[in-house]
Design a protein around this ligand. Structure first.
Ligand code: NAD
Ligand code: TYD
Length: 340
């Protein structure tokens, strides 16, 4: 199979590339990524050694570039991870989110139609369902939960999901959609809660907790997400949406305290800061459908996953320090300027 992975220089996409390279040596992988601030080619250094992997720098919203790539490569499967993904940034610049997350998705859908792929998979988020109240632990998001978004980020992801499903209904494009809860693990950009808190705690800097820290997220180890997407693209039913999550709900404060405990740092580093506007209270996925239909279950318990993640950040200090220093952005120039 030849698989296009968009956004593969980011957190989940890069983990997915390594997941596939380790399991399907016969598959050919092409990564298309614009290398925005969130894309880091250094993350793909090892993958770039493989003859089965090719990297293309480009914007999914660039129709000419995308069509040329599809024409040359004739992909069997497209997995779209490329997105602007940070809620706080979407509050600052919503238009960027609409351009990449909605218009970019549309270009990929059009290319998939024009050049005929066997599967187009859209990587989406549980945030399209909005949030759940804190005092109703009995409520979970199912695939039937109405779309009810809160932030420009989630609104753009929901718009993309609807477009993907419309291309199935109207044009019979063979699509699937997955909606996953919050991921954590290696290569997570240090602007998101867990890597931000680990990197700041290691430098004895204050840890900015929004509001009261009581908001709840349903955390999934990134490799479990990759395994679920892999199952969906190989065995999932066309036209279907699959929720992905592992019943690992934690308040933000619990997460931050876990990190402090593991690093043997004092809780006095915690600083309460002004809440995020429109801050979603609780996310919680009901993963019954993907378990029943595809046999998927998460393999990694939260405590184990957190230990592994913290150890990874301790052992890869160079990776995140170069990000914080902005140095990783020179990498493409250094590696590729002499090649074109
Ligand atoms: P990320 O921000 O770490 O990576 C996004 C990648 O997309 C980057 O490499 C970036 O350079 C690339 N990109 C951005 N705009 C692009 C464009 N116009 N053209 C080509 N490439 C572009 O994001 P992530 O956390 O890895 O998330 C990947 C996907 O999974 C997103 O679609 C996100 O909505 C979804 N998701 C994320 C989570 C999570 O917890 N992180 C949970 C559920 C779903
Ligand atoms: P984040 O990692 O941005 O993911 P999302 O908003 O997509 O769930 O944030 C996770 C939770 O952590 C969210 O409730 C906001 C909170 N948060 C903080 O309290 N402080 C921070 O500095 C950040 C980045 C997030």
């Amino acid at each position: 199979m030849k698989i296009l992975i968009t956004g593969g220089a980011g957190f989940i996409g890069s983990n997915f590339i390594y997941y596939l390279l380790g399991r399907y040596p016969e598959d050919e992988l092409v990564c298309l990524d614009a290398l925005t601030y969130a894309g880091n080619l250094e993350t793909l250094e090892e993958a770039l050694q493989s003859p089965k992997f090719r990297f293309v720098k480009g914007d999914i919203a660039d129709r000419t570039l995308v069509y040329d790539l599809f024409e040359t490569e004739r992909f069997d499967v497209v997995v779209n991870f490329a997105a602007e993904s940070h809620v706080d940034r979407s509050i600052e610049t919503p238009e960027l989110f609409l351009r990449t997350n909605v218009m970019g998705t549309q270009v990929l859908l059009d290319a998939s139609r024009k050049y005929g792929v066997k599967r187009y998979h859209q990587v989406s988020t549980d945030e399209v369902y909005g949030d759940l109240p804190l005092d109703r632990p009995d409520l979970f998001f199912t695939e039937e939960t109405p779309i009810h978004t809160s932030s420009p980020y989630s609104a753009s992801k929901a718009a993309a999901d609807l477009l993907v499903l419309a291309y199935y209904r109207t044009f019979s494009l063979p699509v699937t959609v997955s909606r996953c809860s919050n991921n954590y693990g290696p290569y997570h950009f240090p602007e998101k809660l867990i890597p931000l808190m680990i990197s700041r705690a290691l430098k004895d800097q204050n840890l900015p907790v929004y509001g009261t820290g009581e908001n709840v997220r349903d955390w999934l180890y990134v490799e479990d997400h990759c395994a679920a997407i892999d199952l969906i693209i190989r065995k999932g039913t066309i036209g279907e949406v699959y929720n992905i999550g592992g019943h690992n709900e934690r308040t933000n404060l619990e997460v931050v305290k876990t990190i402090l405990r593991e690093l043997d740092k004092p809780e006095s580093l915690i600083t309460y800061v002004t809440d995020r506007p429109g801050h979603d209270r609780r996310y919680a996925i009901d993963p019954t459908k993907i378990h029943r239909e595809l046999g998927w279950l998460p393999a990694t318990k939260f405590d184990e996953g957190m230990k592994r993640t913290i150890l990874w950040y301790l052992n890869h200090r160079n990776w995140w320090e170069r990000i914080l220093a902005g140095e990783y952005q020179d990498y493409y120039e250094r590696m590729y300027s002499h090649r074109s």
